[in-house]
Structures are given as C-alpha cells and as structure tokens.
Design a protein around this ligand. Sequence first.
Ligand SMILES: [Fe+2]
Length: 191
Amino acid sequence: MSTVAPLREFVVALTDLIESGADEARILKDGRELVGKLVAKDDWLPDAFAQPHPQYYQQYLLYADPRERFSVVSFVWGPGQKTPVHDHTVWGIVGVLRGEEREVTYRKTAAGAYEQSGNGVLGAGGVTAVSPTIGDVHTVENALTDRASISIHVYGGNIGRISRHVFDAATGEAKPFVSGYVSDVVPNLWS
Ligand SMILES: [Fe+2]
C-alpha cells in the first residue's frame, strides 16, 4: 500500500532542521541524510507526480515551505531528456528515487567559459548536492535510454520562482530563467 507518509516525515524533519538555525554546511550534511532516507524506498511518490512527458523533463512541486525557505520537487526524466548547463543560486540536494541519472559539473575558467569539472552517474538511492559555495553549475540527464528516471530535489528557496541562469558553456554567456513548475496541485501529505 503506497503512502505519502515518508514525504510528510521528510518535510517535518527538514522544517525542524531549518528552524534550528542550521547553517548551509549543516543543512547539506543533515539534509543529505534526510534525502537519502526519503529515496531509500520507492513506495511513496503518487503516480500523478511520476509522469514523464514525451518531450520535456517534468518538475512537479511536492511541497513549498510557506516562508519559501525550501521546496521539494519531483523531477521526471524521459529517455534522452537533459537540462541545459544551469545554476541554482541556492543550496540543493538531489536524491535519485527511480532509474539512473548522469550529472556533469562545470567550473568557470579564467576566460569566463565553463569547463567540465566532474561527471558521474547516480543510481536509485544515490544523493548529491549543489550550492554556490560547493559548485552550483551542472547538467543533469536521464542515464537510461529505455525508461524514465525520477529524482527528488530539495532547494533552499522556492526554486520554481527563483531567477537563475542557463549558460552557453563555450562562451560563458548567461541567460536568466525562472523554471516554474508543471503541476497545479501538490500531494495531500495527510492522506
Ligand atoms: Fe540543477
């Protein structure tokens, strides 16, 4: 029987962590553990927030803190779907719930372009993090060619409303964007 209780428990624990006054380093450390626990079992995400789109990766809002201190988003990647090179401007923790994802990280060169600084594949249960202090520019893509992958992202703000950037890696040119969310509803945490 599927239940959203793990998501509710995650939201409560993260709210407690934020309200404890934790700095970013502690949020990333303790938050990673919480995200790891959330994605350790793939039995709680309602199907409505797990649907791929034939063309575009999907960003379903699962929860937004009323003070916009954090947000929780389900990213659903169809085969071949990939982000542009982008930043976040706030901390973010990513846990893979289903399938596999490839992340390529970038660093800015002296000339102002972006060059690859790392490359890895995360399987289900794997967790990674970004932030302006530890490295905030990357691409993410579905590492599987035959089915969707799903990751749960937690950000230190209401990510769908934050103005951030996509980059032309070769030139370093930055274009502002606001991602929004594809969904008009959120899960009932109390169902
Ligand atoms: Fe990202």
